[in-house]
Structure formats: C-alpha cells, structure tokens
Design a binder for this molecule. Structure first.
Ligand SMILES: Cc1cc2nc3c(=O)[nH]c(=O)nc-3n(C[C@H](O)[C@H](O)[C@H](O)COP(=O)(O)OP(=O)(O)OC[C@H]3O[C@@H](n4cnc5c(N)ncnc54)[C@H](O)[C@@H]3O)c2cc1C
Length: 450
C-alpha cells in the first residue's frame, strides 16, 4: 500500500477542513498529514479576523479543534513557508502540498490622499483588535470623526468596533492592550460610505441589525438615500436578504435620535473621490453623490461633498500574498488554479501543488464555503496519484530534524493545548472565556513550556 505524505501550508479553516476531508475519504492508500502554520496558534482568520464580539462564529473553532485533537494530523506551528521551509524541502519530504494560506492584506483603494497619516486598511485594524502577533501593539485611535469605505461585513465589523463602547467588549476575548486603546478613544461619529444604494449592499442582515443594538450609539440614515429606482424595488421584492436589509434601514429612519454620545452614519450613493489632508494628516473625505442608473448600477451626479474627519479606513476587500516558487495572479491576489490544481503561467497543471480556501478562490465567502472548497481540491489530490512527487526523505522524523537543524522554534499540538489553556486561565479571574496572548515570543514560550 502507498502512503500519501501530504503537507498543508496554512492552518486556517481551509487547511484544517482539507486535512479532515482527506483523512475521512475512501481511498486505497494511507495518509500522513503535516500542517505548517506561520503562527504559533491555528485557526487563521477565525481567530484573527472574526470580530471578538461574535462568539457564535468564533465557536467554529471548537469544531476545528475537534479535528486537530483527534491526533492524526501533525501541526508545525511558528513555521513560515518561504522562510523556514521551501518548496524544495517539501518535495524532499512529501508527495504533494496544499496551500491554504488565505489572505491577510488590504486591497488597495486608488484615490488621492489614501497615503495620508490617519488613513488605514481595515485588515490591519482587524489584525490589531484581534491580537495578531505580527502587527504593532498600539493603534492611533485619536479621531473624533472617522470614515469607513465599504459595504461588506468587514466594513460593518470595523465600524462596530470603532463605535462600540470598550466596556461592552469586556466579556469578549479582546487583549488588554486593545481594550485600553478602545477605552480611551474620543470617537463620536463613524461614517460608512457605499457607492451604491441600500438595495445593493453586501451586508448580511444579521450583522447590519446588530449595529442598531449598540448601547449609546444612534444609527443615522438619510432620507435622500431611499428614493429607490425600479431595479432596487425589484431587488427588495425578490431577494429576501435585500428585503430584510431594507426593513432594518427603514426601522432606523423612524427612530428618535439625539440622545446617544456616539453616532454611526450610513451614507449610500457616495463614491470615494479623495481623502483630504493638511500637514500630511487626514482632515476630511470627499465623495461624489451618485444616483441609480436604472439597471441596478449607479452613475455620478457631479455633486461633490466633503465631510471633515481625522481618520479613514478602507474596507474594500482582502488580498492574498504571493508564495515563494508558486504561481501567483497579481491582479486577483490568488494562486491560479483549476478546481484547486495549481496552474503555471501557461495554464499547465503544476504536479503535486494544490490550493484551497481564500488563496484559491479569493477573499470572499464564509467559513462554511472553505469546506466545499476543500472537498473539490482534495478530490483532485486523491485521484492525481500518478503525478505526485517522489520524496527522497519521506520519514516523519526527517521533517523534525530539518526544522531542528535550522533552529526553527516550532510548536506542536500539545504546545497549542498549553497556550489555549493558558489563555483561558488568564480570562478566568475576570469571568472571561479567554484573554489572548499577543506577543509571538510569549506565545512560543508558553507553547514550548519554556
Ligand atoms: C474581518 C473578517 C471577519 C470575518 N467574519 C466572518 C464571520 O463572521 N463568519 C464567517 O463565516 N466568516 C467570516 N470571515 C471569513 C472567514 O474568516 C474566511 O472565510 C476563512 O477564514 C478563510 O479561510 P482560509 O483558511 O482560506 O484562510 P485563513 O483563515 O486566512 O487561514 C490561512 C492561514 O494560513 C497561514 N499562513 C499564511 N501564509 C503562510 C505561510 N507563508 N506559511 C505558513 N502559514 C501561512 C495564516 O497564518 C493563517 O493561519 C471573516 C473574515 C474577515 C477578514
């Protein structure tokens, strides 16, 4: 019987689901899986993207943990592909590799002034409030008025985290440094801007409704945005999600406002034009008022409006990062592939190399989608036996020896358990589920029991 020695790079949901699916699949051979993760903790954006006040979604970690705790997947944490381990190394020790490295960078928003001080990417802010070890511990939250460009769920997460009172985040797992900065925030107004109308936004209705439940935050919507064209009216009639979004927004139109200390404004039909600045710092945001074009899109009206503000966040999408020796589509920020089989510049299959999750299909979709995605990729891994690599050093120990010889301080499943328990113990005295350990060195130290 053959043994498939499989490396998976990236221990987010896509990588963990891929490992689970392949181990449970009907097959004619054994499988040994090593999961490489650049961080000392697994779960990718479920730990470092999903907002801390979404415990139900964070709870997906329990299902992922069950997969790892079965013990039939080896984890090598704190091992970065491209730095600690290369494609040549993988070829030496494995028959194939699946890349599930996700996306963590911000997509660009190409408008003048976007480079000013006080202009930030949503992904960086998310990494900060979720305690990602590779971003600075502090965040300059000194603005009274803040803009957020984008009409997806990340824009909602960012706006909510900016507008919510820090004490209402205390029951969550937010790290201490994040609480301290949010607590001191002088913010009074957060403005969300979307190019199109209320019937075209990509918010999920639940997340939108949640904004309206924030303590001491008024929701401000503007009557001029609700003059719907036929395409919008049809969308409201025929699409349940759009119907609920419209209902929520209209409820907010009827609400009394004026008593809250913070306000969250929703500006539709607002096309970003320019970030205004003085002395290198953000002072405002200019947008062009758009209007429905009758076909579900919008067109410019030529009317420019400027709102004074001291900070602007662009939440216009995430973007994948290229990996050493692996083809990369610079436009889409993904590894080019056919159903997860990686393609080279001539659209030819690259033997032994696969992709799944956000790095395969781009940064859209929920955690659940990474499961169906993984099924497709795994299907090909299992049937591509003829093109697998032939490793010269296929033993389990050879991988540990390689990392040891390079002085890589890798962590394993037991190490993750140690860190997990440590974080939960930190939270216990305060009645919190956990308090995240943020500095990478501390995470490694706890994991390795040093
Ligand atoms: C702000 C935000 C909020 C979200 N909220 C929700 C939500 O509420 N509900 C929902 O269903 N979905 C939500 N999502 C979407 C969800 O997080 C993604 O669908 C999912 O995490 C994608 O999984 P992935 O495994 O492809 O990528 P990731 O989760 O990004 O995992 C990739 C892993 O690869 C590792 N990695 C990267 N490069 C390397 C390397 N060179 N070497 C080794 N390891 C590497 C990373 O450290 C990471 O652990 C949210 C996403 C974001 C950004």
């Amino acid at each position: 019987m053959t043994t498939l020695r499989l490396a998976i790079v990236g221990a987010g949901p896509a990588g963990i689901y891929a490992a689970d699916i392949i181990l449970k699949a009907e097959r004619q051979f054994d499988v040994q899986i090593d999961l490489f993760e650049q961080l000392p903790a697994p779960y990718g954006l479920v730990r470092y993207g999903v907002a801390p006040d979404h415990p139900r979604i964070k709870g997906i970690i329990n299902a992922l943990r069950d997969v790892l705790d079965r013990g039939d997947i080896r984890i090598f944490g704190n091992v970065r592909y491209g730095v600690d381990i290369s494609l040549d190394d993988l070829k030496k020790h494995y028959n194939a590799v699946i890349f599930s490295t996700g996306a963590i960078a911000d997509a660009d928003l190409d408008i003048p002034g976007i480079e000013l001080e006080g202009s930030y990417g949503a992904a960086d802010f998310v990494s900060w409030f979720d305690g990602h070890p590779d971003v600075p511990r502090t965040w300059p939250l000194d603005a009274h008025s803040i803009g957020v460009v984008g009409v997806g769920n990340v824009a909602l997460d960012v706006s909510r985290m900016l507008a919510k009172h820090a004490d209402d985040l205390l029951p969550t797992e937010i790290p201490e440094n994040v609480y301290d900065v949010l607590k001191a925030s002088p913010v009074t107004d957060v403005h969300i801007f979307g190019r199109r109308g209320p019937a075209q936004v990509k918010f999920s209705p639940l997340e939108l409704r949640e904004l309206g439940e924030l303590r001491d935050v008024d929701m401000i919507v503007y009557d001029e945005d609700f003059d719907y064209d036929e395409a919008s009216k049809t969308a409201i009639k025929t699409n349940k999600q759009v119907f609920v979004i419209d209902k929520v927004l209209n409820q907010w139109r009827q609400r009394e406002t004026g008593s809250a200390s913070r306000r969250l404004h929703l500006h539709f039909y607002a096309k970003p034009v320019r970030v205004e600045g003085a002395d290198g710092r953000v002072t405002g945001f200019t947008y062009e008022r758009t209007r429905p074009d009758g076909a579900g899109g919008v067109e410019g009206t030529g009317e420019m409006r400027t709102i004074p503000m001291q900070a602007i966040y662009r939440a216009v999408g995430y973007f994948g990062s290229p990996l050493d020796g692996i083809p990369f589509d610079e436009k889409r920020g993904v590894i080019p592939n056919h159903e997860g089989q990686v393609l080279d510049d001539d659209d030819q299959l690259v033997p032994g190399v696969y992709a799944t999750g956000w790095i395969k299909r781009g940064p859209i979709g929920l955690i659940g989608h990474t499961k169906s995605d993984a099924m497709e990729t795994v299907g090909h891994v299992l049937t591509d036996q003829a093109s697998w690599w032939t490793p010269s050093e296929p033993s389990l120990e050879s991988v540990n020896e390689l990392l040891d010889s390079r002085g890589v301080k890798y962590t394993d499943l037991d190490g993750w358990h140690r860190l997990d328990e440590h974080e939960m113990a930190l939270g216990e005295p305060q009645g919190r589920a956990r308090v995240k350990v943020v500095p990478r060195d501390d995470m490694i130290q706890v994991s390795r029991g040093e």
